[in-house]
Design a protein around this ligand. Sequence first.
Ligand SMILES: CC(C)(COP(=O)(O)OP(=O)(O)OC[C@H]1O[C@@H](n2cnc3c(N)ncnc32)[C@H](O)[C@@H]1OP(=O)(O)O)[C@@H](O)C(=O)NCCC(=O)NCCSC(=O)C1=CCCCC1=O
Length: 377
Amino acid sequence: MKKETAAIVQKTAPGHLNDHNLVKTEVVPGVLYEKRPAKRADGTVAEGLYNAWITLDNQKQYNSYTTDMVKGVIMAFRDASNARDVSSVVFTGAGDKAFCTGGNTKEYAEYYAGNPQEYRQYMRLFNDMVSAILGCDKPVICRVNGMRIGGGQEIGMAADFSVAQDLAKFGQAGPKHGSAPIGGATDFLPVMIGAELAMVSGSLCEPWSAHKAYRTGIIMDVVPALKVDGKFVPNPLVITDRYLDEFGRIIHGESKTGAELAAGKELLKKGTVDLSLLDAKVEEICAKILHTFPDCFTKTIQELRKPKLNAWNANKENSRDWLGLNMMTEARTGFRAFNEGPKDDREIDFVALRQALAKGAPWTPELIESLIPKAEG
Ligand SMILES: CC(C)(COP(=O)(O)OP(=O)(O)OC[C@H]1O[C@@H](n2cnc3c(N)ncnc32)[C@H](O)[C@@H]1OP(=O)(O)O)[C@@H](O)C(=O)NCCC(=O)NCCSC(=O)C1=CCCCC1=O
């Protein structure tokens, strides 16, 4: 800071600052909160200024969030939003496998299944988590360290900027596991990528590569993460060197097939994951933000958030009610199937369910039980 500015600050800033902080470094088990020194564009530390890092840390379950973790995320965002010395918020997951794969399916299956009034209360917290991100007074950068699936994709899309390591995958899981992606995806996707692609991404549950998420506008940038023989290489499972096939269809970011895919898998096995380029990109975005007027920046993002926010606000209460009741039927069945089914068979027999419903069968516990895959023997 220039001497002249420092002298004015000394004269005018209050001698005592009220502490509005709510959280400690580990907000709750599974949510970490850390203030890291903010850096200028030239890499030097901007003394007294920070970026708040909020990290989901439940790696064994792909950083899925439990009820307590949802509370922790709300508190962490509230804190970062209030902190006078925080410039940007970085929202990420621990490790290199997953940013977040959504609600905790074990908790869904073992506690919420068949308990709609409890899930409705949970959804109050979930809705508040999404609103806390969209209402944060600081810009939110989602550092996509790995898969962003289901509710993970929804809280990620609530962020202002997303940058991903290129092995990450993006998409929804609800219609396969017994939910509808109405925790933000159905609101944000049409605004972000248009109605047709939103339909595909939101409903078919086919994960998209990071390159496809980048190409379609779900994320702002993508960086390589795989190092083979000391050199970064692009995701070897995905087409990154061609844009069109022989018929003019876009293939950039689509999965490789056949021998090309097999070779890609071999290369993947040889490599190690290194997220240093992701971190550099996140720092670069934070530095760009640091070099702007704080209030003008906040006002700008508040306005630019409106299409997402308006859609979210219009639907979130109805969505909460519907999701609560759905815990009696499809969620009760689908999340139990994912939780209890054998590793290679965790989805229900959708055709059998549709056939039963076509004959007017009611949702009895016996019907549900009959649809859940069981281990052999
Ligand atoms: C496709 C997957 C994300 C990844 O598949 P794969 O790479 O094959 O890994 P897995 O072996 O499946 O997973 C590794 C271990 O992590 C556990 N895991 C993964 N995701 C979750 C989760 N969400 N909750 C709890 N545990 C999870 C998995 O069981 C493995 O552990 P194990 O001990 O069994 O080896 C795939 O994992 C997947 O589909 N996951 C579930 C995604 C999902 O259904 N999420 C919930 C969607 S619904 C949601 O989030 C909602 C939000 C608010 C609004 C309402 C709503 O529904």
